[in-house]
Design a protein around this ligand. Structure first.
Ligand SMILES: [Cu+2]
Length: 156
């Protein structure tokens, strides 16, 4: 068995190599603190959900993707307010993340730990992470509480 020092040395070398090869993708300011695991529930046929997962991975998150055809039920069970629903629903450190929320906003949520149930980008606005395309729509990231009361968390 490797001792702790060897392990951290190997990890450090691997990280260094990664930083070298990816260049510009070196840890950014909006990277996830300590790379928490985010559980993502999504329909197996959802393409933009996969793109959003790629966006999260790029920003240092470990993603545990769970495919289910019963997304409406997942949202109801987890307590996503009806008015805020999108395609995928995620859970990270006890917070709900509904839809195409940018990684930078998730990082801010985990850092500031406000008393909210989670963040949502309702619907599927073009230009949100995982929804890249020819058009860029204005959209808002909303924080919400258990009763569905929302506040603007970020605007794009
Ligand atoms: Cu989507």
């Amino acid at each position: 068995m490797k001792n702790k020092f060897q392990k951290s040395l190997a990890l450090g070398a691997a990280f260094f190599a990664l930083t070298l090869t990816t260049g510009a993708a070196a840890p950014s300011v909006d990277a996830a603190p300590n790379g928490p695991t985010i559980t993502v529930y999504k329909d197996p046929s959802c393409g933009c959900c996969k793109n959003w997962i790629e966006h999260l991975v790029k920003h240092g998150y470990r993603v545990d993707a769970k495919d289910t055809p019963a997304m409406a039920e997942v949202k109801r069970t987890l307590g996503v307010p009806d008015a805020l629903t999108s395609c995928h629903t995620a859970v990270v450190n006890g917070y709900l993340i509904e839809g195409h929320v940018p990684a930078a906003d998730i990082a801010r949520l985990l850092k500031q730990r406000p008393k909210v149930a989670g963040l949502a980008v309702p619907g599927m606005p073009m230009g949100a992470p995982g929804m890249e395309g020819p058009r860029q729509e204005h959209y808002q990231v909303l924080s919400f509480d258990k009763n569905g009361k929302t506040r603007i968390f970020a605007s794009y």
